[in-house]
Design a protein around this ligand. Structure first.
Ligand SMILES: [Ca+2]
Ligand SMILES: [Ca+2]
Length: 446
């Protein structure tokens, strides 16, 4: 493990001969060694977002894209939304990839021991890392959330995978300041350093790999369904961004008390590719399989089936409960075209997200009017079928600022939102989610 002592400083530079003002974040490091707060390991693949704040205000527009300047990862303040004299900028680090990084059952044990009081209390960084559902408290729901992540029932946490803390806050005397996830700077009087601690959410003992760029997993989408003893089902494994991949191998694992293997078929995988199945261990609930793409271009679209497996159903359950991709016999690996580092195959039971070929519904979400939002705005939408509707508003950093749920009717309808439903002025997204679809659109708040 390499330490980056020498990088623990901030460069602030005005390029000679240019009006460009660059602020260059120092190494953001994984916390370690509480309460000594010694140096940690530098974290890579961080993006920085900048918020401009007018005099007398406490927040302002956040640039939706990471800021970059003329050299390295420096932030060009001249490209940020301008602030008046006396205005300030806030800089937020963001990293939201590879949610399982560093998360293991040992982390569950550490949270559980903390909850029942059988270990020394967790330090402020560990407390922050433990609240994986962003509920501002640590309880058994955080353990269940991590449990689902480890078991590949869910592939992401409800929060960003990393959180950051201004490294200058005095957590020994002010433990509540752990939530200060930005550093405020005066553009006319820049700070001598700009340093953060990074906290990998769910990783209580901080054994993550901070360089992880979060290579995209290969998602095999599956429509979740109820299983009823006695029926025979054919499970389709559907493509999602499959054209980005070169090869995969994994163990398909199922609960042999609920499913009995009968047959498989390569429906959409190109026939000339190398495709392998080993069904000799199928009675124990494991089927290793692999695919190596030999063609130049893959033309399988999102939502089209790659392969299918037929099972006899022996007991009542749901598909999501009893089907997994893991490494029990054949190691779970997937390779993309643009990286030599392996990712994994994950089974994604949330079939309804971003599928081009919506099987069940033709839900529609229209642009809000008026946009930008001044006093109020109206969001028109249309549902194919009646049922539960969830509307959520997220800010430029993906944080939910409002969400609501109700029973929607079939057909065209609309919902009115007030300016007070949003936070500071800036870019937001609104997302409509039903049992069959999930659609997002941007909006701007004045
Ligand atoms: Ca919580
Ligand atoms: Ca860990």
């Amino acid at each position: 493990m390499k330490f980056f002592n020498s990088f623990l400083f901030i460069l602030f530079c005005s390029s000679i001969g240019f009006s460009q003002t660059l602020v260059c974040p120092g190494a953001t490091t994984v916390f370690k060694d509480w309460p000594n707060q010694g140096q940690g390991t530098a974290i890579s693949n961080i993006q920085y977002f900048i918020e401009s704040i007018e005099p007398g205000q406490t927040s302002g527009p956040i640039t939706a894209a990471p800021m970059s300047g003329g050299s390295g990862s420096c932030i060009d303040l001249d490209a940020a939304p301008p602030v008046a004299d006396g205005g300030r900028y806030r800089i937020y680090p963001v990293k939201d990839v590879d949610h399982r990084n560093g998360v293991s059952t040992l982390d569950l044990v550490l949270i559980a021991r903390h909850l029942i009081g059988t270990s020394s209390p967790l330090n402020p960084f560990q407390l922050l890392a433990s609240d994986v559902d962003d509920s501002q408290s640590i309880n058994v729901l955080d353990i269940l959330t991590l449990h689902k992540l480890i078991l590949y029932i869910n592939n992401e946490l409800p929060t960003t995978s990393w959180k950051f803390v201004d490294r200058s806050v005095d957590l020994i005397n002010n433990p509540g300041d752990i939530s200060k996830d930005f550093i405020e700077i005066d553009p006319n009087n820049p700070p001598s350093e700009l340093l953060f601690w990074g906290v990998k959410m769910g990783d209580i003992n901080a054994n993550n790999s901070p360089f992880s760029a979060g290579n995209d997993d290969l998602k095999l989408r599956i429509e979740n369904r109820d299983l009823v003893a006695g029926e025979t089902i054919t499970v389709d494994f559907l493509a999602q961004d499959f054209q980005d991949f070169l090869a995969y191998q994994f163990s398909l694992v199922f609960d042999q008390n609920v499913l009995a293997y009968e047959a498989h078929e390569s429906v959409g995988l190109p026939g000339n590719d190398l495709i392998g199945w080993n069904t000799t261990e199928a009675q124990t609930g494991v089927i290793p399989n692999l695919w190596v793409g030999l063609g130049e271009n893959i033309e399988i679209k999102d939502g089209e089936p790659l392969f299918s497996v037929t099972f006899k159903v022996l007991g009542n359950s749901t598909l999501q409960e009893v089907l997994r991709a893991n490494s029990v016999l054949t190691q779970n690996l997937a390779y993309t075209k643009d990286s030599e580092e392996a990712s994994k195959v994950v089974l994604d039971f949330n079939l309804t997200t971003n599928l081009e070929n919506q099987k069940l519904a033709n839900d529609q979400l229209m642009q809000n009017q008026p946009n930008p939002v001044d006093q109020f705005t109206i969001i028109p939408f249309s549902l194919e079928k009646p049922g539960k509707v969830e509307l959520s508003i997220t800010d430029a950093l993906g944080r939910i600022v409002k969400s609501m749920e109700w029973q929607g009717l079939a057909g065209s309808q609309q919902i009115e939102l007030q300016r007070t439903d949003f936070g500071a002025a800036g870019l937001y997204h609104y997302t409509l989610k039903t049992a069959y679809s999930q659609i997002s659109k941007p909006l701007i708040v004045k």
